[in-house]
Design a protein around this ligand. Structure first.
Ligand code: F6R
Length: 606
């Protein structure tokens, strides 16, 4: 994750760009840079490391210009050195970028073949040359940027300025947030409203797929189909400039929609995307010599751990013991020599998880925690901390923290598999490439949100709902049931699909919706057999699958289509529809989505 800003100002903007970047430093500080248009020419200053290095550079070599963009970097593609720092530019265009351009290798190869010379290891530079290439043909910056945007794959936010155009900036949002700030005869752009707080509180949030053309007089916004569209301008109040809901009705909705960005941020911390390799921090233990992994957590975090059991056992061929922390802490379970104990917690303060951690530590386990709050007690008491970079999660129902926990655990499974010689380099490349594509697929799923409304309207009338899944989809079924019951108060149960006939099938009749999480993997046919059993008893089946509905072989109440992906990343993607189903059902019922009854965000009692 990186921070981007832009200003169309009345006077020199370099210092204000740096001010805005300072408020975005939480998004990354590997390097920083600003670029401006002065007398029709683009120029830039960049510096490795924290923002203060850029400030020193600007003092020594000031940068004039009333139109500028700035960037603070969290390196994904290419080492954190000045050469790779943003803004990237040619003589015609300069770009700041947050996110990942997935097809940058293909674009780069094509553009190099046409004679473009690349100077960095970044994915962003492909965007710069792509726009330059379009400008070589048309010299119309808006048309050139639009054509280039249509060729980009991935989840990203962009700010773009052009040589010879002192009153023009282009912004684009696809999977990473972007806010436009309205001043008096000035316009601003920022990764969030906090960055723009010193200049304006009049904010327009771009929505997924939007792109905008900014002039000092205002912004023209276009949707993903190129249609001119109005987005509301809101007044950001001082407190909301810390954590606000943006255009969303609830924090939960905002947090669901932040997932492309925060997953990409989290993955960037554990992967070398350019080399398609896992780049895991040293846990202080030899991953090749672990005898067993023990995972413990509560609620949603426990289900993330349960997915990891499937991944670690499959890809690293290492046994994994997992239990909810409230049970494991009293189970007096014997723990092995050379054991690695992993604790998963958004808050890092959950009492049962902490108690189990202390038990494992006392029993000579090497303790690693996956937490969202780095200063938390669980983090402080662990031998190694693996942060999720989800940002503050305000909605009580965990969403983005869950998919970020899965992201870390997926990287960990590959790291252990590689250390144990169970994952060959080609397989690592394939798994890492699949992970890199997750933010884009999640963004695509979120664009299809309307299909959940009729499903939610039906579910809102149900008294009981069943969720089924097999393999790594079983924990997602459990998580689906938990999400639905905690925010809609409808009774829901998750089952391993094969367990259906051992009891729960007795519940099924025409009034019971059955939500089936079934990617078309090697277990799909088995799940289809379970679907027949449900259909034969009149159950209302809602199938979430990349397989076409005909393959269910029975009547479906609804089919939620999913992208066709490597089965490894399916849990990360199928988590999203089950969140949207729960959210929209709760909205239909009218519950307090962000603060459901009887629950708390941080459970510090046992
Ligand atoms: C459900 C949910 C809870 C938490 C659980 C653990 O949406 O949020 O089940 O996952 O209370 O909390 P943390 O992750 O803070 O340890």
């Amino acid at each position: 994750m990186c921070g981007i800003v832009g200003i169309l100002g009345k006077s020199s903007v370099a210092n204000n760009l740096v001010d805005a970047l300072r408020r975005l430093e939480y998004r990354g500080y590997d390097s920083a840079g600003v670029a401006t248009v002065e007398d029709g020419t683009l120029d830039r200053r960049r510096a490795e490391g924290k923002l203060r290095n850029l400030e020193k550079r600007l003092l020594a070599e000031p940068l004039a210009g009333r139109t500028g963009i700035g960037h603070t970097r969290w390196a994904t593609h290419g080492r954190p050195i000045e050469r790779n720092a943003h803004p990237h530019m040619t003589a015609k265009v300069s770009v700041v970028h947050n996110g990942i351009i997935e097809n940058f290798r293909d674009l780069r190869a094509k553009l190099e073949a046409k004679g473009h010379r690349f100077e960095t290891d970044t994915d962003t530079e492909a965007v710069v040359h792509l726009i330059t290439d379009e400008l070589d043909q048309s010299n119309d910056p808006v048309a050139a940027a639009h054509k280039a945007l249509n060729q980009l794959q991935g989840a990203f936010a962009l700010g773009i300025i052009f040589a010879g155009h002192d009153d023009l900036m282009i912004a684009a949002r696809k999977g990473s947030p972007l806010a436009i700030g309205h001043g008096s005869g000035e316009m601003y752009l920022g990764s969030d409203a906090i960055a723009l707080a010193p200049f304006t509180d009049a904010i327009t949030y771009l929505e997924e797929g939007d792109w905008a053309v900014l002039h000092r007089s205002g912004a023209d916004i276009y949707d993903r189909d190129g249609a001119r569209i109005e987005r509301p301008m809101i007044k950001a109040v001082a407190s909301s400039l810390l954590v606000d809901k943006g255009n969303y009705r609830h924090f939960m909705a905002k947090e669901i929609h932040e997932q492309p960005e925060v997953i990409s941020h989290t993955l960037a911390n554990y992967l070398d995307m350019a080399a398609a390799r896992v780049n895991f921090p040293d846990l202080g233990v030899d991953l090749a010599n672990i005898s067993r992994v023990t995972i413990s957590a509560c609620g949603t975090a426990y289900y993330a751990g349960l997915v990891a059991k499937y991944w670690i056992e499959r890809f690293a061929r290492l046994p994994v013991d997992i239990d909810v922390a409230s049970e494991m802490r009293y189970r007096e379970t014997p723990l092995p020599e050379n054991g690695l104990a992993i604790f998963v917690s958004q808050s890092g303060e959950t009492a049962d998880t902490l108690a189990t951690l202390r038990y494992c530590k006392a029993n000579r386990q090497h303790v690693a925690s996956i937490v969202n709050v780095r200063t938390s007690t669980i983090a402080r008491e662990s031998h190694a901390v693996l942060p999720t970079l989800a940002g503050p999660e305000i909605g009580v129902a965990s969403t983005k923290a869950f998919t970020c926990q899965l992201s870390v655990l997926a990287c960990l499974a590959i790291a252990i598999g590689r250390a144990r010689g169970e994952i060959a380099p080609e397989q690592e490349t394939a798994l890492v490439t699949a992970l890199t594509e997750v933010p884009r697929h999640v963004a695509a799923i979120l664009r299809n949100e309307d299909i959940y409304l009729p499903v939610a309207q039906d579910l809102a009338k149900a008294r009981d709902v069943l969720y089924l899944g097999r393999g790594s989809s079983f924990p997602i079924a459990l998580e689906g049931a938990l999400k639905l019951k905690e925010i809609s108060y409808i009774h829901a149960e998750g089952y391993a699909a094969g367990e259906l006939k051992h009891g729960p099938i007795a519940l099924i009749d025409e009034s019971v919706p059955v939500i089936v999480v079934a990617p078309e993997d090697e277990l799909f046919e088995k799940t289809v057999s379970n679907l027949q059993e449900v259909a034969a008893r009149g159950g209302q089946i809602i199938l979430i699958s990349d397989a076409p509905p005909e393959k269910a072989g029975c009547k479906l109440a609804a089919h939620i289509p999913m992208p066709v992906v490597d089965a490894f990343i399916a849990p990360l993607l199928y988590a999203v529809p089950i969140q949207l189903i729960a959210y929209q059902t709760a909205v239909q019922i009218g519950t307090d989505v962000d603060q459901p009854r009887n629950l708390a965000k941080s459970v510090t009692v046992e």
